[in-house]
Design a protein around this ligand. Structure first.
Ligand code: PTJ
Length: 237
């Protein structure tokens, strides 16, 4: 890894990029994952690279739904495994949620590498490597999943997800939670809970936060985020 001094004003952002570059070199992250991250960064700039209050509410509501679920599953892709390997395992323990590797650019090699990374970080069980079911309405590789995990889940968290699959999961009747810095993405729009926050903050937050004990509307929450972004841009202009 490039040696980035902690005193650098963009330390966290540069370090995060380095983790993804390392993820690509290790065969965990796809090259497209680098591009996806760049898009996320642009939105993170707009919210000021911090967890805004509407997103913290979404995080707390997601914690509540996951805790109350019968079969909660966290889907892990190449960006998630590179950026938050340790905290995603801790979160799955806290929420009693299963971990399933589920890739957009699926190869057996990447599946194995990601499983290994999660195990190195303490995961005892990782689903997804021996798929025995398919998400209806998607083409072959992207549809593959585990009957014990995503297929039979009632609540599924799909951070940094592709819109097509988020929609297919929603069509299966699942409660879909996403973490996505872009409030306008199709995934953000079709999910039941959209956490507009950087995954490097959202997952550690969710390990600590108390479940939200109030009503929650995703539509209203997304509107609040968009209003926050607009007012911040106006203030800066
Ligand atoms: O590892 P794979 O093969 O499953 O592929 C994973 C990616 C992310 C490449 C794939 O799912 C993909 O192409 O996703 P999209 O359609 O680019 O969507 C990713 C979304 O995540 C975008 O809306 C980004 O704004 C958002 N995003 C990127 N980085 C972060 C993020 N959201 C939160 N935290 C981030 N660090």
């Amino acid at each position: 890894m490039t040696d980035i001094p902690e005193s650098h004003p963009r330390y966290i952002s540069l370090k995060t990029r380095e983790m993804l570059v390392e993820g690509v070199e290790e065969g965990i992250t796809s090259k497209a994952g680098l591009i996806a991250h760049g898009r996320g960064e642009a939105f993170d700039y707009i919210i000021g690279e911090e967890t805004i209050s509407s997103s913290e509410r979404a995080e707390r509501y997601a914690v509540k739904l996951m805790k109350e679920a019968k079969n909660a599953v966290i889907s892990v892709n190449g960006n998630v495994a590179a950026l938050v390997p340790d905290s995603i395992v801790k979160l799955s323990e806290r929420l009693d949620a299963k971990l399933e590797v589920n890739l957009f650019h699926r190869t057996d090699k990447r599946m194995e590498k990601i499983e290994g990374k999660l195990r190195d970080n303490g995961a005892e069980k990782v689903l997804g490597l021996e798929p025995d079911e398919k998400i209806p309405g998607l083409d072959h590789a992207r549809a593959l999943c585990s009957s014990e995990g995503i297929y039979s889940s009632d609540v599924v968290m799909v951070p940094l997800e592709d819109g097509d699959r988020a929609q297919a999961l929603s069509a299966m009747g699942k409660t879909v939670i996403t973490i996505d810095l872009n409030p306008l993405s199709r995934t953000s729009q079709v999910s039941d809970v959209t956490i507009v926050d950087n995954i490097i903050r959202a997952v550690p937050n969710m390990i600590e936060l108390e479940p939200l004990d109030e009503s929650f509307s995703n539509e209203e929450n997304l509107s609040e985020v968009l209003r926050y972004m607009s007012s911040r841009l106006l203030k800066l202009s």
